[in-house]
Design a protein around this ligand. Structure first.
Ligand code: AP5
Length: 233
């Protein structure tokens, strides 16, 4: 990956079902534009691992493949977005995921200007990754990730150089607790019932850009970068 450039890109929202490639593409946007990835799934998993109050409330819900309550997630996001590194923009990965979360985000951004010289609202660039159902199943069941650096691999599509070992730091790769077959269906159901309407909402307000996420990773990245560049020019 080429050296990143420090550019203001405002908020980017990546929507898409479990396994669509949101985390994979977020990391690439982060590397190129040097803005942080705010992944609600990663933040929740961190809280679960640390045994915080939030983590204890979220643990069983996540293990069932259901959504954590809007109140808890919005407060967690509010705290994260108030950190100084989010000042030039950020990538929201896995948020908003319900109509209530989308409304909450709009209210938050309503009077927030990322660049005070521009008299416009900092509406997010909303990109939805569309992927075929069977491909999603393959991606989720084949996913492995590094517990230390978070790098994502796949036993079918993106193998590490050494079997089950992270290329970056040599850690043994792990399988996520919610990537078990019996949890995948409830996660996909939660997406259809609660998150697909969020994409409809952005579409109705002319803010949704759909990308064919069924293509190879590099091709999807190329299209996302083009969308972000076009938006800046
Ligand atoms: P979260 O962590 O957000 O999981 P998710 O939305 O289910 O998405 P995934 O992380 O499974 O997939 P992804 O799209 O990031 O794909 P990835 O890049 O890894 O949420 C987990 C749980 O937390 C939720 O179920 C819920 O309980 C809770 N939660 C989180 N946010 C919440 C919220 N806002 N409100 C309430 N609850 C919330 O790629 C997948 C695999 O495919 C990888 O192995 C990758 O290598 C491979 N791959 C990626 N792109 C390609 C490609 N183009 N070609 C081939 N392989 C590819």
């Amino acid at each position: 990956m080429a050296q990143g450039t420090s550019r203001e890109i405002g908020p980017v929202v990546l929507l898409g079902p479990p396994g669509a490639g949101k985390g994979t593409q977020s990391k690439r946007i982060m590397e190129k534009y040097l803005v942080p990835q705010v992944s609600t799934g990663d933040l929740l998993r961190y809280n679960v691992a640390q045994g915080t109050e939030l983590g204890m409330a979220a643990k069983a819900v996540m293990a069932r493949g259901e959504l954590v309550s809007d109140d808890l997630v919005c407060e967690m996001v509010r705290q994260r977005l108030s950190q100084p590194d989010c000042g030039r923009g950020y990538i929201l990965d896995g948020f908003p995921r319900t109509a209530a979360q989308a409304g909450w985000l709009d209210a938050l951004l309503d009077d927030k200007l990322f660049d005070n010289s521009r008299p416009t609202r900092a509406w997010p660039i909303v990109i939805r990754l569309d992927v075929d159902y069977n491909q999603l199943l393959l991606r989720i069941t084949g996913r492995r990730s590094c517990p230390t650096c978070g790098r994502i691999y796949n036993v079918h599509f993106q193998l590490p150089s050494l079997d089950e070992v992270c290329d970056v730091d040599g850690q043994k790769l792990i399988t996520r607790n919610d990537d078990r077959l019996e949890v995948i269906q409830p996660r996909l159901k939660a997406y259809q019932e609660q998150t697909a309407p969020v994409a409809d909402y952005y579409q109705r307000t002319g803010r949704l850009i759909a990308v064919n996420g069924d293509q190879p990773v590099d091709e999807v990245t190329k299209q996302i970068f083009k969308i972000l560049e076009d938006r800046q020019s």
